[in-house]
Write a protein that binds this ligand. Structure first.
Ligand code: HEC
Length: 147
C-alpha cells in the first residue's frame, strides 16, 4: 500500500507534461500555413507522358528518395514518418491528389518544406516529372493527370 501512493502521484507530472506537449504540438500544427504552389508553377504542363519508361524511372526515384517517409505505398507509413512532428500526408489518397495539378506536385517535390527536403538538386527536371507520374499511380483509383 505504502509504495502505491507515491507511484500514483508520480504519474501526474508525466500526464501534465504530455498534455503540454500535445498542446504545443497542436499550436505548431495550427500555425503551419497551407502549402500552396505559386500560380505559374501550378500551371506548368507536364512534358512527360506517363508511359512505362517514365513510370519505371519515377518508381525507382520514389523508392530511393521518398519511401523512407511516405512509405512504398505512399500512405505515409515510412519508417521515418512517425519520428516527424509534421504529418507526411497521404499520397495514396485520390481525394488529396486530385485537387493538385502536376505542376503543383512537381514544385512541392522540387522545393520541399521542412522536414521534407528539396529534391531540385537531387533529381533533374525530367525525373521530377517522372516522380509526379508515379505518385499519380499510388492513389486508387488514380485520378486523371491534370495539366
Ligand atoms: C524526410 C521525410 C520526407 C521525405 C524523404 C520526402 N517527403 Fe514528401 N513530405 C514530407 C512531409 C513532412 C510532408 C508534409 C509537408 C507539409 O505539409 O509542410 C510531405 C509532403 C509531400 C507532398 C505534398 C502532399 C500534399 O498532400 O500536398 C508531396 C507530393 C510529397 N511530399 C512528395 C514527396 C516525394 C515525391 C518525395 C521523394 C522525391 C518525398 N516527398 C520525400 C516528408 C518527406
Amino acid at each position: 500500500m505504502s509504495d502505491v501512493a507515491p507511484r500514483r502521484r508520480a504519474a501526474w507530472p508525466l500526464t501534465g507534461a504530455l498534455l503540454v506537449a500535445a498542446g504545443v504540438g497542436a499550436l505548431v500544427a495550427a500555425a503551419t500555413p497551407p502549402w500552396v504552389a505559386p500560380a505559374e508553377e501550378a500551371a506548368r504542363r507536364n512534358p512527360r507522358p506517363a508511359d512505362a519508361a517514365s513510370l519505371a524511372s519515377g518508381r525507382e526515384a520514389f523508392r530511393e528518395n521518398c519511401a523512407t517517409c511516405h512509405g512504398e505505398s505512399g500512405k505515409g507509413d515510412g519508417d521515418l514518418a512517425e519520428l516527424l512532428d509534421v504529418p507526411v500526408g497521404n499520397l495514396a489518397s485520390a481525394e488529396a491528389m486530385a485537387g493538385q495539378s502536376d505542376g503543383t506536385l512537381r514544385w512541392k517535390v522540387a522545393t520541399g518544406r521542412f522536414p521534407m527536403p528539396a529534391f531540385a538538386g537531387e533529381l533533374d527536371d525530367q525525373r521530377l516529372w517522372d516522380v509526379v507520374n508515379y505518385v499519380r499511380t499510388l492513389s486508387s483509383p488514380p485520378p486523371p493527370a491534370r495539366p
